[in-house]
Design a protein around this ligand. Structure first.
Ligand code: OGA
Ligand code: MN
Length: 360
């Protein structure tokens, strides 16, 4: 699903790849010789649903190809006339809700038994965000108690049975002697996904129902069900069974893909955006159809159901630089308590996407 990038030369073979390349972050030399700056991108073709909503609510005007969806629950929602099954709800989440889901995404969602991209190398890691805040370091644990079974909450075994544990920065320095170690802050920056509910097995590209898992938290289920109703007929039900949380830092992208491992494609994928603004590409059933580009901002919700489920999509760009400062300042106010400084620091340069699915 998350295909690796093809070598140069192949990268512009399809209309979708061409668009990814157009929006991707490249650096170029700035006015001072040493410093590289982001290469400006042409954004005039990117649909801005926040502006669409302002113009619709203020003047009753809508751009060609975009229609309003009547829904009982108070948000102005839009659909694309040429992309049945795709819905966009700008600003669906209040700032308070955004703050809450950012906290959960960093504190509780990556907790075992939920799996993350770090599992394969380090085994389950407890309390990564707290460890990063306390500048702790994950070190290979060669203590004699090794039995392959973790003996304390902070220990983990990776797929080759090695144990790892968090220690204080100073202890990590003093123990030295060739022991492998990695700072929690580095692992946090490299956290790319976690999975809630039924666990997705990325190597086999399927849901592995034998893996231990917790249910998706109730409030997130309720939110997803409320949103999903927009894309479903009366009496139809959405059962949130799995969610993938994606974490994006500077320069991170999500390549064009289809989410095709769920049984019933008429059921929507409910996708929440948090943190930095991004560009989302929505293409067709093949990569040859030129995709539409749109901004995704913190608090926006997107639904992909029916035909839109069969369409390639991806995120070629997030904007971590100094633009969008007004939105960022509002979001950071949610973390104004000094204890929560670590959240604003993280989210200032990151984007989080939570997408919720019915699997069966
Ligand atoms: C996905 C996905 C979109 C986004 O995780 O499958 O399409 O907005 N995410 O990050
Ligand atoms: Mn997807």
């Amino acid at each position: 699903m998350y295909g690796a990038e093809k070598p140069d030369g192949e990268s512009e073979r399809t209309a979708f790849r061409k668009a990814e390349k157009k929006y991707k972050l490249y650096y170029q030399h700035g006015s001072s010789k040493k410093k590289k700056v982001p290469k400006p991108v042409e954004l005039s073709e990117v649909i801005d649903f926040e502006a669409v909503r302002e113009s619709y609510e203020g003047k009753g005007e809508l751009p060609d190809g975009i229609a309003v969806v009547e829904c009982g629950f108070g948000w102005t929602s839009f659909r694309l006339e040429n992309q049945p099954g795709f819905y966009f709800i700008p600003g669906a989440l209040s700032l308070q809700e955004q703050g809450r889901w950012i906290r959960e995404s960093l504190i509780s969602f990556p907790q075992p038994p939920n799996r993350t991209n770090h599992n394969a190398e380090y085994g389950p890691i407890n309390d990564l965000f707290l460890a990063a805040r306390e500048r702790r370091v994950l070190v290979e644990d060669r203590s004699p108690s090794q039995s392959g079974v973790p003996t304390s909450g902070s220990q983990a075994a990776n797929e080759s049975g090695l144990l790892w544990k968090f220690v204080d920065e100073l202890d990590a320095k003093s123990s030295g002697n060739g022991q492998k170690s990695v700072a929690a802050s580095v692992l946090l920056r490299k956290l790319r996904w976690s999975t809630l509910g039924l666990q997705f097995n990325w190597s086999q590209r399927n849901y592995d129902i034998s893996l231990p898992h917790n249910k998706i938290p109730d409030d997130l289920c309720q939110l997803a069900i409320r949103m999903a109703s927009l894309a479903m007929g009366p009496g139809e039900q959405f059962k949130p069974e799995a969610a993938i949380v994606n974490y994006f830092g500077l320069g991170d992208t999500l390549g064009g893909h289809l989410d095709d491992m769920e049984a019933d494609w008429s059921k929507p994928i409910v996708s929440l955006s948090l943190g930095c603004k991004a560009i989302f590409l929505l293409g067709g059933k093949t990569r040859d159809k030129p995709p539409l580009a749109m901004f995704l901002r913190s608090g926006d919700v997107v639904l992909m159901a029916g035909e839109a489920r069969e369409c390639f999509h991806g995120v070629p760009r997030i904007f971590t630089d100094e633009e969008d400062t007004a939105h960022k300042a509002l979001l950071e106010q949610q973390f104004s308590d000094p204890e929560e400084h670590c959240f604003s620091e993280y989210i200032r340069a990151s984007r989080i996407n939570i997408n919720i699915r019915q699997v069966f």
